[in-house]
Design a binder for this molecule. Structure first.
Ligand code: MSP
Length: 508
């Protein structure tokens, strides 16, 4: 049976249209999913929407509609975007799905029966946009420490989850699984938070009703984060598809933004421990995008629309930019100049030019055929050795979501190949030494093919065109990474020929 891999994105709130931040996490998960498929994994890739909670209820009220209608209207803005961006998710969850309500009920009751949920009273400072309570001490200048907005004093009867009980087990888990939270700076952040001791967590609300009712006490709705986090179980088939759940749980990776780290790396594992379920293997928190150096906000009117950006610059170019420009895990800045620079530099000049040069030469000098054996003469050995090392670098980085470093390895390879072409000068060999020409062109073809394969998870469409231009018959998405990563002599190959520039240069 194929190896299995389960990756998730956060489920997105439906009170607003998706922006670059949403596109970022989802594209990252798609890059990983595509890469893992090339490596022979059966991938379950889940995304979806988070429909409940006070924020959704408020937004709906402002528009004079019910939260359900609001959600129904907003879901297509997400699913259409994922289609546009060529996202290959295999699951899409809505927290209003009946299967999900059952999971939330089950989980709540399971913890209650265990004595890990009790009824009490809660009073503290509450931030509505973040859907989170804070103590006086946690506030920053009297405002929400996470988003900086005003908080309200709230008091309500509430169910509590005995999170305090999980301080030590969670610390132990962190200690024993250094890769549980990544990158390291986030691991340290979580560890020191847990070391400070966990407080019991309020997990129900009575001040509004848009949510999953607490089983047996419908005056309460389940706290939106308890509800939302459980999506990762529902999506994998918990309680509904035992076989799928057995195959895919625990999740291999939850990709999230750094702002929702505590929910994922503290609350979620505590809930799971209480339920006696295995914990996800890894939580990776990426950084935030700013725009031209400024925080993205509606009031500044600088929110980057992923639909418009992808239409302007191209889907593949946009996806590529997100991961080439900024190390995954750090904050990054979006600007027109930056994306245009990447398109003209990396894509048009380096990779695109290499591809068209190579295909054109093989077309022109050898009628689109590979003639000679791949060679080991002259600089060939060095080229081969270096390529193998760069592919290993790429693989190592992809395993730890080091996308920008993985891409650096690819561009080292394209530079290497461009230099090889300049040194070997096939146009001269065409006149002087056709046997050597055949070997050199064969090596170039192999190098460009490998570079194309490595770029595929980032740029699915353009690399598919490149793959065909290189004479490869099958679909690149179904290629086997293990077979294609090395230099070889192809059997069946259709004609390799001129291709129109894949990445036209852009004016600023
Ligand atoms: N509904 C919760 C998640 C529940 S998961 C069980 C939620 N939704 S959200 O729609 O507000 O945010 C989703 C993601 O978008 C978060 O991972 C967040 O980090 C990300 N981003 C929001 N703004 C961002 C940027 N400016 N840059 C990068 N990512 C950002 O939170």
């Amino acid at each position: 049976m194929a190896k299995s891999y389960y990756i998730t994105t956060p489920i997105y709130y439906i009170n607003d249209v998706p922006h670059i931040g949403h596109a970022y996490t989802t594209c990252a998960a798609d890059v990983v999913a595509r890469y893992k498929r090339l490596r022979g994994y059966e991938v379950f890739f889940l995304t979806g929407v988070d429909e409940h909670g006070q924020k959704a209820q408020k937004a709906a009220l402002e528009q004079g509609i019910t939260p359900r209608v609001l959600a129904d209207r907003m879901v297509p803005t997400f699913t259409d975007l994922w289609k546009l961006l060529e996202i290959t998710n295999t699951g899409f969850i809505r927290t209003t799905d009946e299967a999900h309500r059952r999971v939330v009920h089950h989980l709540f009751q399971r913890l209650e029966e265990k004595g890990d949920i009790y009824l009490g009273e809660y009073e503290d400072w509450y931030c509505i946009p973040c859907e989170a309570y804070f103590t006086e001490l946690q506030l920053k200048d009297g405002k929400c420490p996470d988003c900086g907005r005003a908080v309200e004093r709230l008091k309500e009867e509430s169910y509590f989850f005995r999170m305090s009980k999980y301080t030590d087990p969670l610390l132990r888990h962190l200690e024993e699984h250094k890769g549980f939270v990544m990158p390291e700076v986030r691991y340290n952040e979580v560890t020191s938070f847990v070391k400070g001791g966990l407080r019991d967590l309020s997990i129900s609300r009575t001040t509004f009703d848009w949510g999953v009712p607490v089983p047996g006490n419908p005056k309460h709705v389940v706290y939106v984060w308890f509800d939302a986090l459980a999506n990762y179980l529902t999506g994998a088939g918990f309680l509904s598809d035992t076989e799928r759940f057995g195959q895919f749980w625990p999740a291999d990776a939850h990709l999230i933004g750094k702002d929702i780290l505590r929910f994922h790396a503290v609350y979620w594992p505590s809930f799971l421990m209480a339920a006696g379920l295995p914990l996800p293997k890894r939580i990776f928190a990426h950084g935030w995008w700013t725009v031209n150096g400024q925080k993205m906000s509606k009031s500044l009117g600088n929110v980057v629309d992923p639909v418009e950006t992808a239409r302007t610059y191209g889907v593949d170019e946009f996806r590529f930019f997100l991961f080439r420009e900024v190390p995954f895990g750090l904050d990054g800045d979006f600007s027109k100049d930056a994306i245009v620079g990447r398109i003209n530099g990396d894509l048009a000049n380096d990779y695109g030019n290499l591809l068209s040069r190579s295909a054109n030469m093989i077309g022109k000098f050898q009628a689109g055929r590979l003639a000679g054996p791949a060679g080991q003469g002259g600089t060939d050995g060095a080229l081969l050795e270096r390529t193998t090392a760069l592919v290993s670098d790429y693989e190592r980085e992809m395993e730890v979501f080091g996308f920008s470093k993985a891409l650096s390895a690819v561009f080292e390879l394209t530079a290497l190949l461009n230099r090889y072409i300049d040194t070997e000068a096939p146009w001269r060999l065409a006149k002087e030494d056709t046997a050597r020409l055949a070997t050199v062109l064969h090596n170039i073809w192999n190098g460009v093919r490998v570079a194309t394969l490595l770029l595929h998870p980032f740029m699915p469409s353009k690399t598919a065109s490149a793959w065909r231009a290189l004479g490869m018959a099958g679909d690149i998405g179904r290629a086997s990474f293990d077979e294609e990563r090395s230099f070889y002599k192809p059997g069946d190959l259709s004609a390799i020929d001129r291709i129109p520039p894949l990445f036209p240069r852009r004016e600023g």
